[in-house]
Ligand binder design. Structure first.
Ligand code: PGA
Length: 239
């Protein structure tokens, strides 16, 4: 793992956007995947600026979502699709060649097949940008998930359920996540794991220097040969 400790959230975001852009320079028709949520917001904003300023050309590149809460769609506040639509797709002055959105309100089996099909068609992933959950999850690959899985639906971990209401109201209670599988993530040419804040320090330590175990899915990235862990100083403080 290449650990890059940045001074601030802003620097972390910029670095992750730059690494993504560098990969697309060498792989202009590559497939990139971004998560939704608080952690990637700055990185997505910086990436959009690089595209709109003509620093990176995405006209031949493809994009797929990483994951979604089952039951939520692009219309729902707090969904990953709404984040991607509002912060990425709608902000780009020049679009990706092909985009795959995951619809958590649709039949999960159809959505799993569609996500696998898109990654098979345009992949493997060139760049997988990932956040990390407090339990070490990647996307919704929760503790104990098999590293051999492709896209799947999975019950949400209690740790995930405890934090999810920062994104949507208390009366919205998804029980499952729909996610790219670790097999697809591990096949990415470059993985960029981003994390900021002191609350992520313990899990970043486990992911980077702890035992490689399915109970901490992010630790499996230690086996990836081109993985960048881009963190701010607070998230790095136990390294
Ligand atoms: P966060 O989530 O951006 O809300 O911290 C990260 C994750 O669960 O992957």
């Amino acid at each position: 793992m290449n650990v890059i400790v940045c001074d601030s959230y802003e620097d972390m975001s910029k670095k992750a956007a730059e690494l993504t852009a560098q990969m697309l320079e060498t792989k202009p028709n590559g497939l990139v995947s971004f998560p939704g949520g608080d952690t990637p917001a700055g990185m997505v904003k910086d990436f959009v600026s690089m595209v709109n300023d003509g620093i990176v050309d995405i006209s031949h590149a493809n994009f797929t979502m990483l994951d979604e809460w089952v039951g939520l769609s692009v219309k729902d506040e707090g969904s990953c699709a709404k984040f991607v639509q509002d912060n990425l797709i709608d902000q780009l002055e020049k679009p990706f060649a092909h985009i795959h959105m995951v619809d958590g309100s649709d039949n999960p089996e159809n959505q799993i097949a569609a996500l696998d099909h898109f990654i098979e068609s345009y992949g493997p992933l060139s760049v997988s940008v990932l956040g990390i959950g407090l339990n070490g999850h990647l996307g919704f690959n929760e503790s104990g998930v098999s590293p051999n899985k492709n896209a799947h639906m999975i019950p949400l971990d209690d740790v995930t359920k405890n934090v999810m209401h920062k994104y949507f109201p208390e009366d919205v209670n998804p029980e499952y996540g729909l996610t790219q599988g670790l097999n697809q993530i591990l096949q990415a040419e470059m993985v960029i794991l981003i994390a900021n804040g002191a609350h992520k320090a313990e899990i970043i330590k486990k992911a980077v220097s702890g035992e490689v175990t399915t109970s901490v899915p992010a630790s499996i990235l230690q086996r990836h040969t081109n993985c960048y862990v881009v963190v701010d100083q607070e998230a790095a403080k136990l390294l």
